[in-house]
Design a protein around this ligand. Sequence first.
Ligand code: GUN
Ligand code: ZN
Length: 658
Amino acid sequence: MFEIKHRDGMGRIGKLKINGKIVETPTIMPVVHPNPKKQTVSIDKIRELADVIITNSYITYSNPELRTIAEERGIHNLIGFDKVIVTDSGSFQLSVYGDVAVKPLEIVEFQEKIGVDVGTILDIPTAPYVNREQAEKELGETIKRAKESIELKEKNNYKLLLNGTIQGSTYMDLRRKSAEIMGKLNFDIYPIGAVVPLMENYDYKTVVDIIINSKMFLPTNKPVHLFGCGHPMMFALSVALGCDLFDSAAYALYAKDGRYLTEDGTIHLEDLKDLDNFPCSCPVCSKYSPKELYNMNKKDRTRLLAEHNLYITFEEINRIKNAIKEGNLWELVEERCRCHPKLLEAYRRALTYNDFIERFDPITKKSAFFYNGYESMFRPEVLRHKKRLNRIKFDKIFITTVSKDIKRPYSEHINNMHSDVDILIKDDVFGLVPLNIDTVYPLSQNEIPELYDYEKLHNKKFVEEFLEQFRNNENNNDKIMDIHTYNYYTSYYNSNHNKNKIDRDALRIDRMLQYQYGFKILDDELLQNIIIKRSKKTGRIRNVLIDVNGKKEVLFTLRANDNLLIPAKEGAKLLHKKIPFPNYRVVVDKSVQEFARDGKSVYAKFVIDCDRELRPYEEVLVVNEDDELLAYGTTILNGQELMEFDYGVAVNVRGGLQ
Ligand code: GUN
Ligand code: ZN
């Protein structure tokens, strides 16, 4: 019932099917009071904006009038909303008042009875920083209730989907344990609970710890809801860390307090009242001036402020979705995290988990990598490059720097290359960039401003360690030259050059293939025999071909925007021959192998094994259990997700092998 359509960072645009109704995530669920008389914004207005709302089953249960209507006519009729209704269980009241007058299973039963689409167990939201004993005890109770609730639902074939909330206070091992145990119970959505007090204290970095530690142990194929996070300022970062759903009472609560939400903070209406116009163009802000709103009666003012707050909240969600599609979600996060130092701190904390995040971050993006400050040094794209640099088996290397006025890609300006030597260019952000792969994403698809001296020192150790390792590997000691400028290199080159047997372009393709696939694809014979076609217009490499019995066959196409080598049929066969199982494989069930051979997409449901190290958007080989090549294409999912997802497309197949 959940599938991924687009992705960036750990964020995903997902399609979630609930009782036959489709919801696109990430999305925000406005909190709606079950009593229509108490709703700040009319349900008609909410319906215009939201596909899902969240309301409270405990309030409904506790109020005889509401309860009767809900029991007789259902929650959708009570509220007047026929799209998806999620309900909370009374846990929040439990955390505020210390007690609720309903039993854990009773409230689950009630939620089913009133026709809720997604209900919530009566979890215990343990406050932050309580003593460990209490956190453990309450988590134990939450898990016990979770198990009983799932049993009840399964025994009685409930239609209701269930939220299984992750608790554990501020003990990260308890959050991980909670996620691991709850993850194995068959919940439909996993909310992360009890973060409201942390948000109220601006302790966003601890919220980051909690999100990541939960995500580490939750199944990847279920949506995650960040319970009680309603301020749009926090959405981009939370989405980038893998949260799919948010609920907002903030839009109404802030309005009651005369506060005007923006995507990067909050303004008191009083502080706006002397402006002629609002800094927003939503229907409310276009119609009224700040002064008019300020002078209005409280009820109308609150309603209109709340409407604005809702508009701005949805606008931010839509902006995030667009960033995911464009592949610049991290850039949006970096922008938002400059709204408040505590958010910057949270982003920095998030980047300490970049090794985990990198597993989900796509290997290629539509947008260029923008360096927006020192934090960008720690982004997953940079980390991945440093890891994948070790995939290339260099023979001889030159380490050099390039003068500032030489533009990227350097390889288009530095021509006279020694074909048996790899030039590694020192790079302030990416550490070392081999000239032979410097057109590959993100090594040329980036914008980096002039850096401060301390930023330039950032990769000093990385370069030293790389050289140290290279030296220690197979006695490479005499194969490194550290030359400081390109000019120096040129003179070295000119005095040492002798015509080499291997074509410069062939070596380039060899290095790019090693970087992309982690194995040596071109042996000596292939290096001699591949044919490289350049575009007549741009002069750039376009295709790599091979002569098969007098007929030229395309092996790979160099994709223009990211310079990844996209295999054609013969290329896929070559990769299959050269890359040992299970690397770069997606293994599908025998029952669908003919579909794959026909070039049809591979659905996640039929994946039975795969290379667990795969990252999203890699070019993969689709095989059967006997490792017979069936097809080749692009995986939408990473290795872990390929194993866990049961819905949606896993591999977009480019071609099949009949
Ligand atoms: N609303 C805000 N936080 C929580 C939580 O931890 N659990 C539940 N059930 N609802 C919440
Ligand atoms: Zn507005």
